[in-house]
Design a protein around this ligand. Structure first.
Ligand code: PMP
Length: 430
């Protein structure tokens, strides 16, 4: 496989864009490569500028659960664009989107649209602080909630990949109110809450962590957080930017039967256009301006193109049996990958729920950031490179998820398993 054109484009991009990328996770540094430059994509297939084709398991980092350039979404965006791309004046589409979200997500009574997941979590934190009149927040090591100042502490995603614990440019006075605790360790949360629960505005958590690779909540972890928040008047925020509409129509909260006070959404809700949202209990949401005095705004919030793409996606996901189909595909894939690793004698821990998964190159159970960081990133780099050469595009980091979409056919999954079997052989030799 040749990457001549991608290489040239990358060199050119580096002259004008820091690191040649508009988001650090797109860099393939951690896996010892340059990024490929995409020309186009359809279904589950990406085509790069050199004309190479790949079966894609990144899906724009989660949004593309129905696949690339799905005809319903392309048509919805085209129709919307013909009527104008943005007004900054309310539209009926925004009501349709709000109603759809309230219908699908169990804990949401009211919702506000924003333009990214980062905005959703920043706004939810501000709302929780304004609502409770408290400053402190609790988050968990290895969870990523976007790049807002107060949440960029012991974060997953690109920070885990690049080994950055926090970020210069964020004053100590801001992060001094953020406590980051080990994921899945309810005992530590209980201990902290008993000491200072009345000062804690919010506990924010990825109900299924998907930014340190994929880590499932232990039985009772989410329920325990709910109980602690109830006991201390703390707002429980589920960051469902990845898990929302991915694990079920109602996200992780539906799957685990634990209802947060506020939910952050992103990715799938925009159908591949820039969207985020936060919503929850009416009583809390009514504190937002213009009814309340907690401020948050956005020029392109509720943008008609984005609402159209998002609604078209949510409509597809509302059809009966969709999540069963996704479960079946992902289960088939993970089973095949696990077999391949076993046959090659490589230790891989497969963590998966629904169409969200990850293979950690380690023999130990991965249940938190500490155990995730024990994974062999060199082995992952070899695996990534071999998969890429075989026409399979996985995330260029051990600490990211893979996403199965409705567009992955059985033949695509079979091909993936076949290439992976050889990739695991190379991993064993490395
Ligand atoms: N929360 C979670 C759980 C995420 O995975 C992400 C992005 N990967 C974000 C928030 C931030 O979303 P965005 O990149 O749209 O700002």
């Amino acid at each position: 496989m040749e990457w001549e054109k991608s290489k040239r484009l990358y060199e050119e991009a580096c002259k004008w864009i820091p690191g040649g990328v508009n988001s650090p996770v797109r860099s393939a540094r951690a896996v010892g490569m340059n990024p490929i430059f995409v020309k186009e994509a359809r279904g589950c297939r990406l085509v790069d500028e050199d004309g190479n084709t790949y079966i894609d398991y990144v899906g724009s980092w989660g949004p593309l659960i129905v696949g690339h350039s799905h005809p319903d979404i392309v048509e919805a965006v085209r129709r919307a664009a013909e009527k104008g791309t943005s007004y900054g004046i309310p539209t009926q589409l925004e009501i349709s989107m709000a109603q759809k979200v309230v219908e699908m997500v169990p804990s949401i009574d009211m919702v506000r649209m924003v333009s990214s997941g980062t905005e959703a979590t920043m706004s939810a934190i501000r709302l929780a602080r304004g609502y409770t009149g408290r400053k402190k927040i609790i988050k968990f090591n290895g969870c990523y909630h976007g790049h807002g100042d107060c949440l960029l502490v012991q974060s997953g995603s690109g920070l885990a990949t690049l080994g950055i614990p926090g970020s210069p440019g964020i004053p100590e006075e801001i992060v001094m109110h953020t406590l980051s605790l080990p994921y899945n360790d309810l005992g530590q949360v209980e201990e902290v809450m008993e000491r200072m629960g009345k000062e804690v505005a919010a506990i924010i958590v990825e109900p299924v962590a998907a930014n340190m690779g994929v880590v499932l909540p232990r039985p009772g972890f989410l329920q325990g957080l709910r109980k602690l928040c109830d006991a201390f008047g703390t707002v429980l925020i589920f960051d469902e930017v990845i898990s929302g509409f991915r694990l079920a129509a109602g996200g992780a909260q539906e799957v685990f039967g634990v209802l947060p006070d506020l939910t952050c959404l992103g990715k799938i809700i925009g159908g591949g256009l820039p969207v985020g949202a936060y919503g929850g209990k009416r009583e809390i949401m009514m504190k937002m301006a213009p009814v309340g005095d907690i401020y948050q705004a956005g020029t392109l919030s509720g943008n008609p193109l984005a609402m159209s793409a998002g609604l078209a996606t949510l409509n597809i996901l509302s059809s009966a049996g969709i999540y069963e189909v996704l479960e079946e595909k992902a289960n088939y894939l993970v089973h095949g990958l696990a077999e391949g690793a076993k046959a090659a004698g490589v230790s891989v821990r497969m963590n998966r729920i629904g169409s969200l998964g990850c293979g950690f190159f380690t023999a130990e159970e991965v249940c938190d950031f500490e155990s995730a960081l024990k994974a062999d990133t060199q082995a992952y780099a070899v695996f990534f490179q071999e998969m890429l050469k075989g026409g399979i595009y996985m995330a260029p980091s051990q600490f990211e998820a893979f996403f199965v979409s409705l567009a992955h056919e059985k033949s695509d999954l079979d091909r993936t398993v076949e290439v992976a079997a050889q990739a695991f052989e190379r991993v064993r030799e490395h």
